[in-house]
Design a protein around this ligand. Structure first.
Ligand SMILES: [Zn+2]
Length: 151
């Protein structure tokens, strides 16, 4: 399996998390952390609404679910949406090697910055991910503004 195929398969985990979040009345962003050998280390979703916690982003949730890892070398953070500055910072802080992104059309986060700092970025331009966020933003513009810190 080549990287694109692998990335698409991993994205399905993140999409399942995003859909579960949507079903809970939350913001549909999902993520998963995969180990260097392709093992799923952790998965999670944005839980701003569910937990009343604006710091619980999808990537943070997946990262925390993975528990303590001796090293993040070779790991891949998979996320349905381009990572915000906070989550991009998490990727750099812990030396996560690669980021797989479902889409960066509805929100352009820090992935260019990550790429400029040696993180391998795989942008899949997934149409289903774009549609999911478009629908959500249209139906919940205030909640979306709150999440991205945009007044
Ligand atoms: Zn984030």
């Amino acid at each position: 399996m080549d990287l694109q195929q692998q990335a698409r398969q991993w994205l399905e985990t993140a999409v399942a998390e995003a859909r579960a979040g949507l079903a809970e009345g939350g913001i549909p962003i999902g993520a998963a952390l995969y180990g260097a050998d392709g093992t799923l280390l952790g998965r999670g979703r944005n839980r701003r609404v569910q937990d009343g916690d604006p710091s619980m982003h999808a990537e943070t949730a997946a990262f925390r679910a993975a528990g303590r890892q001796r090293s993040y070398r070779g790991t891949t953070m998979v996320t349905t949406l381009s990572p915000c500055w906070y989550c991009s910072g998490l990727v750099r802080q812990f030396g996560i090697s690669r980021v797989v992104i479902g889409e960066a059309e509805t929100f352009h986060g820090g992935h260019d910055w990550l790429a400029g700092h040696g993180v391998e970025v795989v942008l899949l331009d997934d149409t289903a991910c774009v549609a999911m966020m478009r629908d959500f933003i249209e139906e919940h513009p205030a909640l979306w503004s709150e999440d991205i810190g945009d007044e």
